[in-house]
Design a protein around this ligand. Structure first.
Ligand SMILES: *Cc1c(COP(=O)(O)O)cnc(C)c1O
Length: 453
């Protein structure tokens, strides 16, 4: 084994938690296409977002110009309870793969919510409280976002209603329990508490729900309840902005050990962890300072980047949200019932979509058995039980490291380990008992939901 001159875990001093978020849009030569009002198809004005988002967040959503945004003191104080997150050098994984590559991963699962989502949850809850809101609504699929936001709302004493995709609600009682412990109300979606929920139930009475449908319900609830706003844990520009703390810390920690990534890899659901991790490296790429490869890894059963269309689409099934130009499988798309690996959203961050369209980042997809194979391999050598979502990035990193073994190149690989998988043991059990199956949608299946150009 190579002599370990670099520590297993590189932990920045607390003073190096970023004081500002970085807004990648300020360095993009071609602007991200604007959100559109679905009625007029005109670009949305900030005021039009005020019924949905609180003002500071509506501003961040549309702000293409401000490069660095100050992190409010109260948010910073919360960040200090779990940041900086560690950057690990995966010595034991490198040894197992017998690769000359140096593999690093930024681990965001070290907080009770178990994922990176807390970085944005705290910011969104803070601004809502600061603007005098009396409640928030949101949706959650696998449950990480609902948990993170419930924690954040508990910090800021804000009531929260979580619409949880019914399938997850039924399969993950402990997830529910944590969200309730932090004081949030939780409603399985679709529900009879909203018009859109009732309409979906009338048409599909036995549906187990979808993220897109839970979003419609949460938005409707927010706009029809006084002093209540809606918050979303991924996809949005504001969320990528908040998640830039991941990348800023990772870049600083790598610099401490004189490293710079040749490849940055992240799993991609709505794009927030990858957008955050890759932000400073994409900045170097956009400004011509360096040329790292940026790689998104997604499930073959929900392949927004690799098989989606780059068009304007709704962010939700009920078509109550603004239109965003993004890689999408169509707002009616629901992954096959056997899909257990998360990352099931139909669309993709408009920022990452634009960058992908323009060739600044690449994407690959994997079937879920290959992803769980990587997850169990990683768990055994690195001693962390990864979330299924994160395991897509592990799969991508392992395959890049194996390519280095072929070519003999000692590349530096950085990937995002976004969270832990303690609530996903049903999926792990399916994999271990070999009852997990793969499903790759056919072109005909995908065509059923594509929006028109
Ligand atoms: C939500 C989630 C993801 C996917 O969301 P992105 O916005 O694409 O980052 C990935 N990993 C974990 C652990 C998550 O909770």
């Amino acid at each position: 084994m190579a002599k370990q001159t670099i520590p297993n875990r590189i932990i920045l001093p607390e003073e190096q938690i970023p004081r500002q978020w970085y807004n990648i849009r300020a360095d993009m030569k071609d602007a991200v296409p604007p959100l559109l009002n679905p009625g007029t198809r005109e670009p949305l004005k900030e005021e039009e977002l005020y019924p949905i988002f609180c003002k500071a967040l509506a501003h961040q959503e549309l702000d293409d110009a401000t490069r660095f945004v100050d992190i409010p003191e109260e948010v910073y104080a919360c960040y200090k309870t779990f940041r900086p997150s560690p950057l690990h050098r995966a010595y034991r994984l490198e040894q197992l793969l017998d690769t000359p590559a140096r593999i690093y991963y930024k681990f965001e699962g070290n907080n009770t919510s178990g994922s990176h989502k807390l970085n944005s949850a705290i910011a969104q809850a803070y601004y809502a409280k600061a603007e005098g809101m009396r409640g928030l609504t949101t949706e959650t699929g696998a449950g990480q976002w609902g948990t993170a936001l419930a924690m954040a709302c508990a910090y800021f004493h804000l009531p929260l209603t979580v619409y949880m995709v019914k399938g997850s609600y039924e399969q993950k009682p402990y997830r529910r329990g944590i969200i309730q412990t932090f004081g949030a109300e939780i409603i399985p979606s679709p529900s009879d508490t909203t018009n859109v929920g009732r309409a979906i139930l009338a048409e599909h009475p036995t549906t187990t729900g979808s993220l897109g449908c839970a979003i419609s319900e949460a938005v409707e609830k927010a706009v029809t309840t006084p002093d209540t706003r809606y918050v979303l844990g991924s996809v949005l520009n504001q969320v990528l902005l908040h998640q830039s703390v991941i990348g800023l810390e990772a870049a600083a920690a790598l610099a401490l050990v004189d490293e710079y990534p040749d490849i940055v890899i992240g799993c991609a659901g709505g794009g927030s962890n990858l957008g955050g991790l890759a932000a400073p490296f994409l900045r170097d790429k956009l400004t011509g300072k360096a040329a790292p490869r940026i790689l998104a890894v997604e499930p073959a059963s929900c392949p927004s980047f690799t098989r989606g269309k780059y068009v304007y689409d709704f962010c939700d099934t009920g078509k109550v949200t603004p239109l965003a130009k993004m890689y999408t499988l169509g707002s009616g798309f629901i992954p096959a019932a056997n899909h257990a690996g998360g990352l099931r959203y139909h669309g993709m961050s408009p920022i990452l979509s634009k960058l992908y369209h323009d060739g600044w980042l690449e994407a690959v997809s994997y079937e879920q058995t290959a992803v769980f194979d990587a997850a169990t391999t990683f768990a055994k050598v690195e001693g962390i039980l990864p979330a299924p979502e994160s395991s897509h990035a592990i799969r991508g990193a392992i395959d890049e490291a194996l390519k280095c073994k072929e070519s003999g190149e000692a590349k530096t690989i950085l990937f995002g380990l976004t969270g832990t998988g303690y609530f996903d043991m049903m999926a792990y059990e399916q994999f271990l008992s070999r009852t997990m199956t793969d499903h790759v949608p056919t072109d005909e299946e995908l065509a059923e939901n594509f929006p028109e150009d």
